[in-house]
Design a binder for this molecule. Sequence first.
Ligand code: 13P
Length: 246
Amino acid sequence: MKKRLVIGNWKMYIESPEEAKKLASALKRKAASYAGVEVWLAPSFTLLPILKGTKLGGQSVSAHAGGAHTGDVSAKMLKAAGATFAIVGHSERRAAGDSDEAVHAQLAAAAGAGLAPVLCVGELVREASGAHFSFIEAQLMSALRGAQSLTARLVVAYEPVWAIGKTAQDAMQPAEVEETVIFIRKTLAQILGRKEALRVPILYGGSVEPDNAPKLVADGGVNGFLVGHASVEVDSFIEILKACRK
Ligand code: 13P
């Protein structure tokens, strides 16, 4: 993998077109300071059409290809609004009711429509027994089952749920991230084959901030980050992007 990839998940933090444009243009103005880092943004659906010129994606995507699904946004609709990727299986969507089965169907719908699926996996709690490994393995197996042919542009984001929305001090330590990333890559090799698994970018998400980004990228074995709250603070996000330069 040549470039590191950092995805900004704006969640519902940015609600107006004015704020969105201001943030996106501030990032563009400073692009020279993080040259060589690939940056994707996942704003709310409503903001996608106004943010041209940046690699954009949906924070979720419908499992359905159209029809009577009130409130859903299909992969085709995302593409028409300018998206090139879609996040699937984010823990906040899983908490809102998306089952493993739904995540699998969403991934297939996204990939089938030519969007790069960004599959989120991660345990709710970390126990000394190591039960988190089988939890993550089951999430990967379920989401990618039978979807081998659709995963050409797959990205996996490891987001331990307990580490989301906190501060750098509470986030996961680089050594634990590294151990889990190795485990995810091994599991991907079982599902997709070794060659394919080596090609998949594995990102870490969960309280990535300027304070922990340099160590996480140096010692965590990751190919980049999926950033939440710090992605809507220009200076913080730029510092994280800078940490990802090679
Ligand atoms: P925070 O960076 O706010 O912890 O959010 C992580 C996340 O959920 C990104 O998808």
